[in-house]
Ligand binder design. Structure first.
Ligand code: PMP
Length: 457
């Protein structure tokens, strides 16, 4: 029960904060977890309760919550130059260094980087770049964007329009010109008489049809997460990117990889596109870019888009776009350190080392009669709850099964996230084997408790 004393943290949060992406009836009943500090992969609330954060905050705190090197990088930069912009021919030395480093660690031989404060803004920026390019190259009608149902690209007006979630309707979104294709989730979307390969071929055919219907000359780009994150951790069906990549190329439609979650190691390679063996035309990055220690997003343009955009901007003598804090020197200093921590201080190695244990844990819990499927890649995974495993029938929405599982986990000191009927896990990269076992043991206890409560299995 929430502490309702007027001076309690819960009451103060409830009185003055407007909550986003929060199940309000549940918070009213249970109170807000007000977090005061962190210890490795754990966070501690204002009541002194400790939680293993199996969601890495919001997929981003890959180095945990008390990394001394990252805090030092921030402090040093705050002491040297605590803020600067990247407008009017000025930018900080940290910004210069980060762009060099990002191109170096990107899958591109050459490229250019533009900074934002968030993943949403990076997607909006990408879109404005594509619109700018279309007009500059004499194709002003090239404005439509293709994405997928269940794809998540953010909350600003354009990024929300790219997002394929039903809640968009609450805002009268998406804007016109945003087209959502079928989600490449074979287990849910595949037909009974269809192999996974046939399913992928059907999605490729759908893409061809949509391009033919709309006209390739009206489509500015195709934006896709290598593994869908907030849609419920959905890896693509077999051969998906190999099937759609050549179609997009043939029609001159850039493929943009939204690597906000996958980027910097989550799937076991630096980039999700490397895990799935395709080369996009540009990458959207955020979250692990700064290990969550600073709000920052980046658009990393591959060679062709970089050259074409540079030429278009030279012609126009400007690219009139940017945020006050684009390329913030403290954010850049932290990102430089975070890239080092992930690539050179063992975090990516740890993702690879932990993956078999992670997959084994998911597979073990998926043996439960009310878990229909486990899915994942690297250190991102999901378990989908079902009322009937054979027919894949979901539980009735009013039972809020995944929310109850997540709430029960919270009661036992584990933070994980309900997404639709799934429970999502994406722990920090610093986890030990023992902490991973703690995560699965607590989740298993919660699954058994909730399935017993709802009279299942
Ligand atoms: N793209 C993807 C793939 C994301 O997962 C997110 C955030 N979860 C975003 C974009 C939006 O990023 P932000 O919340 O920083 O705006």
């Amino acid at each position: 029960m929430p502490d309702t004393a007027p001076n309690s943290w819960e009451a103060r949060a409830a009185a003055h904060s407007f909550y986003g992406f929060t199940d309000l009836p549940s918070v009213r009943a249970r109170g807000t977890v007000v977090v005061s500090h962190g210890e490795g992969p754990y966070v501690v609330d204002t009541n002194g309760r400790r939680y293993l954060d199996a969601n890495s905050g919001l997929w981003n705190m890959v180095a945990g919550f008390d990394h001394a090197g990252l805090a030092e990088a921030a402090q040093e930069q705050y002491a040297r130059l605590p803020g600067y912009h990247a407008f009017f021919g000025r930018m900080s030395d940290q910004t210069v260094m980060l762009s060099e480093r990002l191109v170096e660690v990107s899958p591109f031989a050459r490229g250019r980087v533009f900074y934002t404060n968030s993943g949403s803004e990076a997607n909006d920026t990408m879109l404005k770049m594509l619109w700018f390019l279309g007009r500059a190259e004499g194709q002003p009608e090239r404005r439509k964007i293709l994405t997928r149902v269940n794809g998540y690209h953010g909350v600003t007006v354009a990024a929300a329009s790219m997002t394929g979630k039903p809640y968009n309707d609450l805002f009268g979104l998406p804007l016109p010109g945003f087209i959502h294709l079928t989600c490449p989730h074979y287990w849910r979307e595949g037909r009974e008489d269809e192999t996974e390969t046939q399913f992928t071929a059907r999605l490729a055919a759908e893409l061809e049809e949509v391009i033919a219907r709309e006209g390739a000359e009206t489509i500015a780009g195709f934006v896709a997460e290598p593994v869908m994150g907030a849609g419920g951790v959905i890896p693509p069906s077999a051969g998906y990117f190999q099937a759609i990549g050549p179609i997009l190329k043939r029609h001159g439609i850039p493929l943009i990889a939204d690597e906000v979650i996958c980027g910097f190691g989550r799937t076991g390679e630096v980039w999700g596109c490397q895990t799935y063996d395709f080369t996009p035309d540009a990458i959207i990055s955020s979250k692990a870019l700064t290990a969550g220690y600073f709000p920052m997003g980046a658009v990393i343009l591959g060679p062709e888009l970089a050259d074409r955009l540079q030429a278009a901007a030279e012609d126009a003598e400007d690219f009139p776009h940017g945020f006050t804090a684009s390329g913030h020197p403290v954010g850049c200093a932290i990102a430089l350190k975070a890239i080092d921590v992930v690539l050179n201080e063992g975090l990516l190695d740890n993702v690879r080392a932990l993956t078999p244990r992670f997959e084994a844990g998911l597979a073990r819990l998926a043996e439960h009669p009310n878990i229909g499927e486990w899915r994942g890649k690297g250190l991102m995974g999901a378990l989908e709850a079902v009322a009937d495993k054979t027919t894949k029938t979901p539980f009735p929405g009013k039972l809020s099964v995944s929310e109850r599982i997540a709430n029960t986990c919270t009661d036992h000191g584990l933070i994980c996230r309900p997404l639709g009927q799934s429970i999502v896990l994406c722990p920090p990269f610093i986890l030990t084997d023992a902490q991973m076992d703690e995560m699965f043991d607590k989740l298993e206890g919660a699954l058994k408790q909730v399935f017993a409560e709802v009279g299942a299995g």
